[in-house]
Design a protein around this ligand. Structure first.
Ligand code: HEM
Length: 123
């Protein structure tokens, strides 16, 4: 039983460690595409009206921004979790912080993605 819990915890630690690296590579790629699409190649005027118009024109722009939100949310909040784990050894504190970060991350990702895709599909 105890061994099972330890195995589960170390598997989870590995996957979070691995995804921290994957999300940092994802961030580099998506940030590059974001900079090119919004600031270098035929950039729109950066006003609310023009930005909303462009987001509504093609699913490409909204998808890039949704990926950016996804990678940065996972990367930043999992990073905060790592820092918390370094300073707080109590399992109860760690669990509460992990759940809070998970809820905040999912809520912000769903909200951001919803706003972006509402501009694409209307409604
Ligand atoms: C292109 C952008 C980024 C790259 C390439 C990158 C890369 C990395 C890598 C490789 C790590 C793991 C370090 C380790 O475990 O030793 C890391 C950790 C971390 N990153 Fe990023 N990162 C980027 C952007 C960001 C952003 C935008 C945030 C916050 C808004 C952020 C917050 C963190 C935090 C809090 C950690 C954990 C630090 C720790 O474990 O001590 N990163 N980053």
């Amino acid at each position: 039983m105890r061994q099972n819990i330890e195995l589960k915890t170390s598997r989870r630690s590995f996957w979070l460690w691995f995804l921290q690296r994957v999300s940092s590579v994802g961030l580099i790629i998506v940030l590059l595409v974001h900079m090119l699409a919004w600031h270098y190649i035929n950039p729109p005027e950066l006003t609310h009206v023009e930005v909303s118009k462009r987001l509504g024109e093609s699913i490409f722009f909204a998808t890039v921004e949704a990926l950016l939100i996804g990678f940065v949310m996972f990367h930043a909040l999992n990073g905060v979790r790592n820092v918390v784990y370094d300073y707080f050894p109590k399992p109860g504190t760690r669990k509460i912080v992990s759940i809070l970060l998970l809820v905040v991350g999912i809520a912000l990702f769903v909200w951001g993605t919803f706003v972006l895709f509402r501009l694409v599909f209307g409604g």
